[in-house]
Write a protein that binds this ligand. Structure first.
Ligand SMILES: Nc1nc2c(ncn2[C@@H]2O[C@H](COP(=O)(O)OP(=O)(O)O)[C@@H](O)[C@H]2O)c(=O)[nH]1
Ligand SMILES: [Mg+2]
Length: 304
C-alpha cells in the first residue's frame, strides 16, 4: 500500500495499524485510513482493499465475541494503560523495551520514536498496556491527557520544571522515572532523591537504568500497577480450581458487578455465591451479591 501521498493522519493510522495488538485497534485504524483515503479513481483499488480488510476484521471480532473468547480474560484495552513521556534521549524507548521485550528504535539520535508504539507487560497475573510516544515537544497531547498513568522519564532534574505543565492537565497519575542511574555517583543519587522527595513530593518516583536488577524492575511494575484504581478478581466454577488470569474491576466493586461482567445479564440466575481471600471471613464463605470485594479475592457462582 503506497502511503507516501497520504495525509499525515492516514500515515499515522497506518503505522498504528501495523503496531496494533488487538483487532479492535486495527479496526479503529482502518476506519481512519478509509476516511482519510482520497476518493478518486486512482485510489479506488486501495480503498477497496481497506474496506475488505475492515469487513474481515469486523466479522472476526463478532465471531470471537459470540464464542466468548475475547471477553473473559482480564483486561480490555482501556483498563490499565500507561504512557511513556519525556524529552528526547531520556531513555523512554529503552524502558519500553525492558518492560515489554519488544524492539522499538533506540538510538542516540534525537527523535527516533515517531508514532506511538503499543506494548504490554505482565505484573503478577495482569497485563498492563504501555505506549512509547514521541518526545517533547512532539508528544501526543491527547494520549497523555487521556491515559491513566504517565511515566515521565527524565535524565536531568531540570526536565521536571520544563515539562510539568504538559502532563499536569489531564487526570493521569504521574510517576517520575529518573533514568540512567548507572551514570550517577552515590552522592549524586542522594541529592537527586532528596530533591524529588522535597520539591516534587507529589510525584511517585523511581531511579532506574537500562540494566535494572529483577528487584528494581519489579518495583517499577508494582508502582505502575498501584496507580490503577482496579482490583484483581479470580473466578472459579464449583469444584474446579480458580482461573489463572484474574479479571479486573474498579476498586470497591460488589459481587453483583463482578457477576454482571462475567455472566452478562444472567446474574438473576445465580443461586449461590462464595468468596475466598481478603474480603471473606473464611475461605469459601457464602455471601450475598451486595458484598464488596477486595483485590485478589476468588469468587464462585453457582447458577440455577
Ligand atoms: N547510560 C545509560 N544510557 C541509556 C540508558 N537508557 C537509555 N540510554 C541511552 O540513551 C539513548 C537514548 O535512548 P532512547 O531509549 O532511544 O531514548 P528516548 O528518546 O527517550 O526514547 C540511547 O543511546 C540509549 O542507549 C541508561 O539507563 N543508561
Ligand atoms: Mg524513543
Amino acid at each position: 500500500m503506497a502511503s507516501t501521498n497520504q495525509s499525515p493522519f492516514y500515515r499515522r493510522a497506518e503505522q498504528e495499524f501495523h503496531e496494533a495488538t488487538t483487532d479492535e485497534q486495527r479496526i479503529t485504524c482502518l476506519e481512519i485510513m478509509i476516511k482519510e483515503c482520497p476518493k478518486h479513481k486512482s485510489s479506488e483499488n486501495m480503498l477497496r482493499n481497506l474496506t475488505t480488510r475492515l469487513k474481515k476484521l469486523k466479522s472476526n471480532l463478532l465471531k470471537q465475541k459470540k464464542s466468548g473468547k475475547s471477553s473473559r480474560q482480564g483486561i480490555k484495552k482501556a483498563d490499565m494503560q500507561c504512557v511513556l513521556a519525556g524529552f528526547t534521549n531520556a531513555g523512554k524507548s529503552t524502558i519500553f523495551k525492558t518492560l515489554t521485550n519488544l524492539n522499538p528504535k533506540i538510538s542516540p539520535h534525537q527523535f527516533t520514536t515517531h508514532g506511538p508504539q503499543l506494548g504490554t507487560f505482565k505484573f503478577e497475573d495482569v497485563s498492563i498496556q504501555i505506549i512509547d510516544t514521541p518526545s517533547f515537544p512532539n508528544h501526543d497531547k491527547s494520549l497523555i491527557n487521556s491515559t491513566d498513568t504517565i511515566l515521565f522519564v527524565i535524565d536531568d532534574i531540570k526536565q521536571i520544571k520544563q515539562a510539568e505543565q504538559e502532563f499536569n492537565q489531564g487526570k493521569a497519575k504521574t510517576i517520575i522515572i529518573f533514568n540512567k542511574e548507572d551514570l550517577l555517583s552515590e552522592n549524586e543519587k542522594r541529592k537527586i532523591e532528596a530533591t524529588l522527595k522535597s520539591k516534587y513530593k507529589k510525584y511517585n518516583y523511581i531511579l532506574f537504568s537500562q540494566t535494572p536488577t529483577e528487584t528494581k524492575l519489579d518495583e517499577l511494575r508494582q508502582k505502575i500497577f498501584a496507580t490503577f484504581p482496579v482490583m484483581r478478581i479470580y473466578t472459579k466454577e464449583p469444584k474446579k480450581s480458580p482461573s489463572k488470569e484474574p479479571m479486573t474491576l474498579k476498586q470497591n466493586s460488589t459481587l453483583k458487578e463482578a457477576a454482571e461482567k462475567i455472566l452478562k445479564g444472567m446474574s438473576k440466575k445465580i443461586k449461590r455465591t462464595r468468596v475466598w481471600g481478603p474480603s471473606s471471613k473464611f475461605g469459601g464463605q457464602t455471601i450475598g451479591l451486595d458484598h464488596i470485594l477486595k483485590d485478589k479475592d476468588t469468587i464462585e457462582f453457582q447458577t440455577k
